[in-house]
Design a protein around this ligand. Structure first.
Ligand SMILES: [Zn+2]
Length: 83
């Protein structure tokens, strides 16, 4: 009889240990609270692209050379006619 009680106790302890281990894993998988504001921020700013009036290459608008109402990829292409 005492053997049966021993095994029931042992199985109960193992089940409790597994449960507490699983709870620990669940707590680790949840994101920390300080991550919350980061998720609400917009995705990284998307830079608009423009096209060189001479060679047709697309590049970031911030790097464009503006002349005569056109965008150029480099100062050298400003002197060449738009295509
Ligand atoms: Zn160009």
């Amino acid at each position: 009889m005492s053997r049966i009680l021993f095994w029931i106790l042992l199985i109960g302890l193992v089940v409790m240990a597994i449960r507490s281990k699983l709870k620990g894993l669940d707590a680790r998988q949840q994101p920390p609270l300080h991550d919350e504001p980061r998720r609400q921020q917009p995705v990284a700013e998307i830079e608009s692209m423009t096209r060189c009036a001479h060679c047709g290459i697309h590049f970031p608008a911030s790097e464009a050379v503006h002349a005569d109402g056109h965008d150029y990829c480099s100062p050298g292409h400003v002197r060449l006619p738009p295509q």
